[in-house]
Design a protein around this ligand. Structure first.
Ligand code: SF4
Length: 352
């Protein structure tokens, strides 16, 4: 739902100022259509139906893994694919990984979204709609209190979402205006900026701009190699922004926001998992500024993922060199939970 269009339409219809907030709050409480908002006059519900699409993303496929991970493939109104993932954790967290672009212009060679090419930026509301969709999935499968709304009833307490990662298709910092608007809207769904992570492949102007925003979001950097030569082969954006410039921007972000930057490092067998590369990585990353997360790789394309043994040994070398790292737990593997895969494009992973 495009909130600006909603506000304009309600103003044009001569509705009181509180209406837009009322409609938005109902959507954020898990309503799936205007029809369900029975506290609105019936005539207004049909007007809104005609004038403000409740959702502009059409669900094309939805897959659920045994661990509760749900992956959705949507189409925008003009036919572009958008993928998103819901991850459920035993401790109760419900985290959504959402896309900010359809496809991606940065063309990382290991990434299905990059291989798909760039389709277009998503609007702020197309970004938020992905989270709204999963909110309804969570409510319908985990809450027993999703009966019809009554005129006097407040929205029922909902199971809700807890975290968001803007790590799906696309480079969020190349679509920053829409991303910032979306991040400011997510608290309506229960996801505050402190529990929102924005991932970048190292788009330096965007990192600096984000540092200047009064939004306590987390920043994640997809690094994947300890030197420019290798990183340039994996991530062409390195030619524009070499590692030293990217890390300098991350340090400026830390200096202003006082939040450590999470560095993501995909483990590719024989490519970036040698001991010397672990030592080089430890020399690059100051643990006062950076946290390192090693990511096992889904093996389906040109690259093979490092074995568990190789990952453990890489981690041990890092630790001896003074840098501790975590290893990401793979989720939803059987439904190809990395972005770009569900759209049926070649390649193996998303914005990690
Ligand atoms: S890894 Fe991220 S930046 Fe690189 S092509 Fe994929 S979506 Fe784009």
């Amino acid at each position: 739902m495009d909130r600006e269009l909603l506000e304009q339409t309600l103003a044009d219809l001569g509705q009181p100022a509180y209406r837009a907030r009322q409609v938005w709050e109902r959507a954020c409480a898990g309503a799936g259509s205007y029809e369900e908002m029975t506290s609105l006059p019936k005539s207004l519900r049909s007007e809104l139906d005609q004038r403000v699409p409740f959702s502009t993303l059409e669900l094309e496929r939805q897959l659920e893994a045994g661990d509760g991970t749900v992956k959705a493939l949507f189409r925008t109104h003009d036919g572009h694919p958008v993928e998103s993932v819901l991850m459920r954790y035993r401790d109760g967290r419900r985290s959504v990984c959402i896309s900010t672009q359809s496809g991606c212009p940065l063309k990382c060679v290991f990434c299905a979204s990059g291989q798909m090419g760039f389709r277009r930026n998503l609007s702020a509301w197309e970004i938020v709609e992905q989270a709204l969709f999963f909110l309804r999935v969570v409510n319908s499968t985990e809450s027993s209190s999703s009966g019809p709304e009554t005129v006097t009833a407040k929205p029922e307490p909902v199971a809700g979402l807890s975290n968001a990662a803007l790590m799906g298709m696309g480079e969020p910092l190349m679509n920053l205006e829409a991303v910032l608007t979306a991040v400011r809207a997510l608290p309506g769904l229960g996801i505050g900026p402190r529990r929102t992570a924005i991932s970048t492949a190292g788009w330096v102007p965007g990192i600096d701009r984000l540092a200047g925003e009064e939004l306590p979001v987390k920043l994640a950097l997809s690094l994947h190699a300890p030197d420019d030569e290798l990183r340039g082969k994996l991530m062409p954006v390195t030619a524009r922004f070499p590692i030293a410039e990217v890390l300098a921007a991350c340090k400026r972000f830390y200096a202003v926001r006082r939040r450590k930057v999470l560095v993501e490092y995909l483990m590719l067998s024989g490519v970036n998992d040698h001991r010397e590369q672990a030592r080089a990585l430890a020399r690059l990353l100051n643990p006062k500024v950076f946290k390192l997360n090693l990511i096992p790789y889904n093996e389906t394309g040109a690259f093979r993922g490092s074995s568990r043994l190789a990952i453990d040994s890489f981690r041990e070398t890092l630790s001896k060199a003074g840098l501790e790292a975590t290893v990401r737990v793979a989720r939803g593997r059987e439904i190809e939970a990395a972005c770009g895969q569900l759209a049926g494009e070649p390649g193996t992973t998303g914005h990690t």
